[in-house]
Design a protein around this ligand. Sequence first.
Ligand SMILES: C[S@@+](CC[C@H](N)C(=O)[O-])C[C@H]1O[C@@H](n2cnc3c(N)ncnc32)[C@H](O)[C@@H]1O
Length: 236
Amino acid sequence: MLKKAIHPIVLWLDSHGYSFSNFVRNSGWLKHRTIRQVIQKTTMLSYPRVLGVLDAIDYIERNAIPGDIVVCGVWRGGLVGAICDYLLPSQGRTIWGYDTFEGNPEPDDRDGRQAKKIWHRGFLSVSEEQVRRNVGNRLNVRLVKGDILNTIKTQKPEKIALMYLDTDWYASTKAELDELYPLVSPGGVVFQDDFGLCPGAEQATEDYFKDQPHKPLFVRLDVSARVWTKLAIMPQ
Ligand SMILES: C[S@@+](CC[C@H](N)C(=O)[O-])C[C@H]1O[C@@H](n2cnc3c(N)ncnc32)[C@H](O)[C@@H]1O
């Protein structure tokens, strides 16, 4: 019902020169409803997580934080699609989506017994073709196929303004932080999807920051997602 009512409005706005992204951006209520309808079947992210990411986009834009947007663990592509809908192409940021497109590799002992129990070959697998269909034909998206342990060594942005970590296991999460966190601009935003639910990913994050001079405040978005900003100035 609501969908039927909104669709003609979106078409009308498009035909009168308002882009869909502008429309979503400028309308609080519709931002919530429309984003939810557009992406709910193509992301595992809860509603607060998606809105948290969109709020973070507003924040990096308001503060002109330089760098691209990175999603580690794309699954069906809904989060990448939502970011594309919300970002204006003129903002000049590339969205990097890393995934095997063959599902999670086998977990190891650091990921706990539950992970080993639920894992099978092809666990959470969605093909690259399917993701491209869901995300649409966007120029500013770069999908990087393969195990992130290998791909981030050679294919990564120069600077990152916003990063969403969601590959569940210890090895990939630690590699993402080792390789990509140094590229996050001061003031940039990082989301970790897997605190609580994925012990390996949580441990990898704790281990990474053990050796860092500043330990972030991991702010809860909901049961398992956390968000923090990289300090712009180190405290004395
Ligand atoms: C929990 S899902 C991601 C959910 C997604 N962020 C969303 O919006 O719905 C985990 C994804 O990470 C990918 N993945 C897991 N380990 C990986 C690795 N080592 N390298 C690349 N991709 C990986 C899986 O293929 C899967 O698509």
